[in-house]
Write a protein that binds this ligand. Structure first.
Ligand code: ADP
Ligand code: MG
Length: 318
């Protein structure tokens, strides 16, 4: 199928929005940005075999390609609006593209995101999405806003996706509940929106809790003390592995797409109200202190030394 037929296939299914003046079909899209909002832009790429296991169902790849980008907007406290999609495909496979769109557009529709353009090329399977959203000036949740004395929180549960990936790498079949977290992460958009004006700093947990909280520490010039025994775990993770493995996945497994955020010391009631409104559990996992990076302590006060802080592309041991 020629490139223009693939693009037409995509155009025919892409949803719209009132603020899309011109969508797919011209040299570029025209979008109406409200005068009282800041434009928030994020981009994430998924490469075959790196960001999803080879052979992942096309619909799951589509879902995840948008989800990881929505997660970045959630971590900024932004409301998603428009996206563009660059597809690099080894062959012009309309069945694969249809499946991809099933997952991608299901999530786009749920968040009222319009697909307004993109690029379609031949090459190794790779998907790149640019996500555009809107935020009220002054309300974005930035990595540089954590202060000593703040509380540190995490949404949902940690480690499920990392455990699923480890099981796959070992040749095992992960329990469905863990595999679902790897293939179909839930971007915490409603929580990110509700935390605007409540939270100080925020980040989405994509590379592993420690690695991502280290980014907040570096940007804010602070340290953190995290309570290992407070880290939230799903029932599926509790059932799948022992405590040592679980801690490893919760602190260093990637692909959680939960939010980690800090709040001023007196904000607990406001955080719980935000979480309730968003329908997402939140757990207080530690505090911001003076210092440089994240340190972990168990209930008896002993410091725990991680073997890995998270996933890094181009790391020496890759
Ligand atoms: P150009 O040569 O001007 O870049 P293209 O043939 O690449 O034009 O794209 C034609 C139109 O289709 C453009 O509006 C572009 O944004 C859109 N488009 C191309 N590929 C995709 C895609 N994968 N998803 C959404 N829109 C796409
Ligand atoms: Mg093009």
């Amino acid at each position: 199928m020629p490139e223009f037929e693939l693009i037409e296939r995509i155009r025919a299914r892409a949803g719209g929005r009132d603020d899309v003046v011109l969508g797919i079909g011209d040299d570029a899209a025209l979008l109406r940005v409200p005068p009282d909002r800041q434009l928030v832009v994020a981009m994430d790429t998924l490469n075959d075999g790196v960001h999803f296991p080879r052979g992942t169902a096309a619909a799951d790849v589509g879902w995840k390609a948008l989800a990881v980008n929505l997660s970045d907007l959630a971590a900024m406290g932004a409301e998603p609006a428009w996206c563009t999609l660059s597809l690099s495909l080894p062959a012009s496979d309309d069945g694969w593209v249809d499946g991809f769109l099933d997952g991608f557009l299901k999530l786009a529709t749920a968040h009222r995101v319009a697909l307004v353009g993109g690029d379609t090329t031949r090459g190794p399977l790779s998907i790149c999405v640019t996500m555009h959203g809107l935020v009220e000036p002054g309300r974005a949740l930035r990595r540089d806003a954590a202060r000593a004395g703040d509380a540190v929180w995490a949404s949902g549960s940690l480690g499920d996706a990392g455990a699923a990936l480890a099981l796959l790498d070992a040749g095992a079949t992960p329990p469905a509940a863990l595999r679902e977290r790897l293939d179909r992460p839930t971007p915490r958009i409603a929580l990110g929106r509700a935390l605007g004006g409540v939270a100080a700093a925020a980040i989405d947990v994509s590379d592993g809790l420690l690695a991502d909280l280290d980014h907040v520490c570096a940007a804010s010039g602070v340290g953190m003390r995290i309570a290992l025994d407070a880290l939230p775990a799903s029932d599926a993770l509790l059932a799948a592995c022992d405590a040592a493995a679980r801690t490893g996945f919760q602190t260093g497994g990637g692909d959680d797409y939960e939010l980690a955020f800090t709040t001023p010391p007196d904000a607990d009631a406001a955080v719980r109200a935000a979480a309730l409104g968003a329908g997402v559990a939140v757990t207080r996992i530690g505090e911001v202190v003076t210092g440089e990076r994240v340190r972990l302590f168990d209930d008896s006060g002993r410091e725990w030394m991680p073997t890995a802080r998270g996933y890094a592309h181009f790391a020496a041991n890759d």
